[in-house]
Ligand binder design. Sequence first.
Ligand code: MHF
Ligand code: KIV
Ligand code: MG
Length: 289
Amino acid sequence: MSSTPEETAPYGGGPAVPAAETPKVIRRIRTHHLREMKQRGERFSMLTSYDQLTAQVFDEAGIEVLLVGDSASNNVLGNSTSIPVTVDELLPLTRAVSRSVSRALVVGDLPFGSYQASPEQGYLTAARFMKEGGAHCVKLEGGVEMAPQIERMTRGGIPVMAHIGFTPQSEHALGGYRVQGRGDAAERLLRDAEAVQEAGAFAVVMEMVPGDVAAQITAKLEIPTIGIGAGNQCDGQVLVWQDAFGLRTGKMPRFVKQYADLRSTLLDAARTYDSEVKSGAFPGPEHTF
Ligand SMILES: Nc1nc(=O)c2c([nH]1)NC[C@@H]1CN(c3ccc(C(=O)N[C@@H](CCC(=O)O)C(=O)O)cc3)CN21
Ligand SMILES: CC(C)C(=O)C(=O)O
Ligand SMILES: [Mg+2]
């Protein structure tokens, strides 16, 4: 274990005690902690977050990694896919999340067109997410073909999370929302996974990949794998929070499990407010000066 007593002391301040007697409370999740969790066979969790209040809640819940996803495009900004979102739109959301966590690792998701053109373009974009967004690392989509970008960022001090399998920014190139890595394509997926690890990525998201293929890749790689529609043998899991907690409506991908029904809760509350305003029941004397 390479964590210092300061990082593992449960209440801070007090004398350092031997690591073996100390509960493993990590003050701030770093990329190396995820790798150490993998080595110990511990899973970790990741959710998207795009604002201050969800970032605070998920951080308090103990979610290790918060992704300010380019999925803000179709979950916050009103688009129907992640393709149109821009760097300038994602930076303020990234900054809101990074300012609001005390423990979680904050990942800035590089949007379509902001890194694919060249390693230089990628580095400059990634640096903006670190400097202006306060991200602790960035994520980009792609395997073998993105190795030069990953190398460049890593060399320049920016930790990179890769994303392989179904990569939503390439929806039109991949021919729609479909499982990747079935049959012969499993070999190519493994090559992508090995290429991003070799290029220096500290973790890799695998989206819509057969569970057995994801399990094999997870066993082969030293870096942690994070699944979304990739079975339960990955080292971590990620979901879009509005899917997981039922704020979004419409057809859900098969990989989503709904842990709450926030949309009904919010709809009921909004309707009750509306009717109390219209009846004059709100505001009452206790809300009036
Ligand atoms: N709210 C939300 N959730 C997501 O998971 C998500 C986003 N937005 N935006 C960006 C990408 C797009 N993603 C998607 C979108 C749709 C499917 C989907 O429709 N999947 C179907 C088809 C699978 C198939 O035909 O093989 C499914 O049933 O899983 C999957 C991933 C994942 N990301
Ligand atoms: C679905 C996750 C992995 C993502 O990239 C996003 O939310 O943008
Ligand atoms: Mg994304």
